[in-house]
Write a new protein. Structure first.
Lengths: 206, 206
């Protein structure tokens, strides 16, 4: 990923926040069939691992050999930024359109696991994580489903873990604009239906 | 991309709508340096082409040879779906968490173009497209910027076009649930801050 220094995201807590808040990664790999990508929710599991699962019917676990390098692309909110939004435009007219976004690219080695023990652990961790934030104290639990149904569901998936080799993160958030332009972009994003991106920009210490 | 029949998106007008509405593609390629991905707004240009541009400083146009195959991943809104949201859960408890999303994968051959004529045409088309919908009748035009500034900006980018070979599209939108579950998912998405995804599901003829 092209990464000019002023857009490099070096805050590990922001990288963790983005992976947690936008967990649906595009996992990309080069296979004999060409480039393949699948959209899979991933969960951080310790410092150096991501875990997830795919359908048994998904060829991904057959086409990607264990220990192959894959790229997991996480992307947060994004929006078009109009030159009209920069107050400085009125003076100099030296502005062009751009796009603001945040992206995390995690490269690592994938290992698939067919054991029920591993799959049950992965599904349990994912469920607890997503249910806690979606359903709060009414969180759905695996034990809510009949045991034979859950066994059948587990038989139809494959678990995996990705051992992280490299993390590249980019927060392209108008850091290259002066304060007045920056604040105007934030206000315009709020008006243009991107309040979350505006909030992320407000939180940026620049 | 794993694509069960009931999630296959075969409506060409929906595919075009998603590419237009979520144009920030992740362009992925296998290079000598490994898998690389860059987030680039793309515009449909006729039936079989996508156009865009990257910074001259972006190694992408050096690392990816002309006519190489690249994968452009477009993704629309997405959200976690809790089993708690299915009314049928109360009867059978046979439900597990999932994720709803729409994704378009376009595979094609890329060709970079350094000529000012090509770059000016690409930037002009992108600007008209995005300004029309963002700024309406106050659309910013390239002619609003000083000519020497625009020449400098054009000198710092590389244009490209992608000739489309294959399009795979997935709309994973709870089509496998009964009507009561489906409607409840839509209502819960509205409440959980995903009104656009709910709207897309409401528009689905199922």
């Amino acid at each position: 990923m092209y990464l000019p220094e002023h857009f490099a995201e070096n805050r590990s807590e922001e990288i963790d926040r983005l992976v947690d808040a936008f967990p649906l990664a595009a996992i990309v790999a080069q296979t004999e069939a060409g480039l393949v990508a699948n959209h899979i929710p991933l969960l951080r599991d310790g410092e150096k691992k991501l875990i997830g699962h795919v359908a048994l019917a998904n060829d991904m676990h057959r086409d990607i050999a264990d220990e192959s390098q894959v790229l997991a692309i996480f992307r947060a909110d994004h929006a078009y930024i109009s030159p009209n939004w920069y107050p400085s435009k009125e003076q100099t007219h030296k502005s062009v359109p751009t796009w603001n976004y945040q992206a995390i690219h995690i490269t690592g080695r994938i290992r698939f696991d067919h054991s029920e023990k591993f799959k049950r652990a992965v599904v349990g961790k994912l469920t607890r994580h997503f249910e806690r934030r979606t359903s709060g104290d009414k969180a759905w639990r695996m034990a809510d489903a009949p045991a034979d149904y859950m066994e059948m569901m587990l038989a139809n998936i494959v678990g995996f873990e990705m051992t992280v080799d490299r993390v590249i993160a980019k927060s392209k958030l108008s850091q290259n604009r002066d304060q007045a332009d920056y604040e105007s972009v934030v206000k315009n994003l709020e008006g243009a239906g991107s309040p979350e991106l505006a909030k992320t920009m407000r939180a940026l210490d620049r």
